[in-house]
Design a protein around this ligand. Structure first.
Ligand code: RBF
Length: 157
């Protein structure tokens, strides 16, 4: 079916581990909040769909994507089974984009190397807001859904 490829967040639910006993923290950047909130909603709903208990999903807000590193590091040390880091960085007229995007990807990579719980990278790095909308519940799916599936799979690894 041609339209099947439009929603990149489609997945085989039968292959996703049962989240019944998992505790997951979701760290959400407030910059571009209309985008990050959609990503968060997609991630949360997907975790609930896979039996993660609502009281075992903890949301932590941070000001911007740069703060995802500290926020994720802090909750990673609090006994969660996985952490999902959600942000939206949009290209502007200056070079902030590359500095923030590089720092966040490197910082989250370091947490994965050194910490106990996996930290899932759900940070959009787009050229414009249209691309961000397309990936947070638009025609390119919702990357929050994919991040939640990734978290469940990494916990069960
Ligand atoms: N944070 C984001 O999450 N997305 C952005 O697109 C974004 N753009 C920024 C642009 C500039 C010029 C600056 C100074 C900050 C931006 N931030 C953005 C905020 C950044 O992640 C962080 O919260 C602040 O730099 C404070 O450490």
């Amino acid at each position: 079916m041609a339209s099947a490829n439009n929603n990149l967040s489609g997945y085989d639910a039968s292959k996703v581990p049962n989240g019944q006993n998992y505790r997951i923290a979701i760290v959400v950047a407030e910059w571009n909040i209309s985008i990050t909130d959609n990503l968060y909603q997609g991630a949360r709903k997907t975790l609930l769909d896979h039996n993660v208990q609502s009281e075992n999903i903890v949301k932590v807000d941070v000001p911007g994507s740069f703060e995802l590193i500290y926020g994720a590091s802090k909750v990673q040390r609090q006994g969660f089974d996985a952490v999902i880091a959600i942000g939206s960085i949009i290209q502007g007229e200056t070079r902030h984009f590359e500095f923030i995007a590089n720092a966040v990807s490197q910082g989250i990579k370091d947490l994965n190397l050194n910490g106990k719980a996996p930290v899932i990278f759900c940070v959009l790095t787009d050229d414009n807001i249209e691309q961000s909308k397309a990936r947070s519940g638009g025609e390119m799916g919702n990357k929050g859904i994919e991040a939640a599936v990734t978290a469940l799979r990494m916990i069960a690894l």
